[in-house]
Design a protein around this ligand. Sequence first.
Ligand SMILES: CC(C)(COP(=O)(O)OP(=O)(O)OC[C@H]1O[C@@H](n2cnc3c(N)ncnc32)[C@H](O)[C@@H]1OP(=O)(O)O)[C@@H](O)C(=O)NCCC(=O)NCCS
Length: 192
Amino acid sequence: MSEIIGETDRGGEALFDDSVLRSLDLSRCKLVARGQGYPYLSDSLRARPLERGDFANGYLSLLSQLTRVGDYPREKFEAHFDRMRALPGVYYTVVVEDVDGGRRVVGTATLVMELKFIRGAATRGRLEELVVDSEYRNLHLGSYLLELVTELCRGLGAYKMTLDCKPEVEGFYSKYGYTNEGQRYLTQRFHD
Ligand SMILES: CC(C)(COP(=O)(O)OP(=O)(O)OC[C@H]1O[C@@H](n2cnc3c(N)ncnc32)[C@H](O)[C@@H]1OP(=O)(O)O)[C@@H](O)C(=O)NCCC(=O)NCCS
């Protein structure tokens, strides 16, 4: 599975240092154990950190397959990106890009590391915005991304990783070690 992790050295434009991904121990991953890592993906697919230039590579249109994104200019995307990059150790957005015939982001997952004063000053990981382009589903890209960010979270020393999920996707997560421990997630919405 690690073979598809691409190197990125594009002038410090990545959200985080991609050596963090390349040095991960993926031996616990189900896809690796089943031999379903690299063979399930084409040579043109590469996993890497989100880059500042991914506004032009379809990152937001991919996210719009998950939820409402809104129409905003590149400058706003870049300003947000810069704020996230200025908080090292907190935001880890991984993308899978298809480089065949250009650069197109076709999958993504974000790990957010939340620092706590409980449990001996522990860190908890949260999975956000896991989405695979509709043309690339059922190729094990989603599970690849999930296993990758889960192992990243473990490797960064978190005591647990959690996610909010729609009921219809629970079966997907349960295949990869996530269980419903019965917590109730409440919301007060300030705007759409
Ligand atoms: C959910 C999603 C990320 C799955 O990505 P994917 O690349 O199509 O899924 P994979 O090919 O990696 O599937 C891995 C396994 O989970 C199964 N699976 C996929 N979606 C599933 C679902 N909704 N419920 C139950 N099992 C599912 C697959 O059949 C496969 O099983 P197998 O390993 O036994 O063959 C993708 O469908 C998606 O982007 N959906 C829209 C956005 C979304 O709902 N994101 C989750 C937010 S909570």
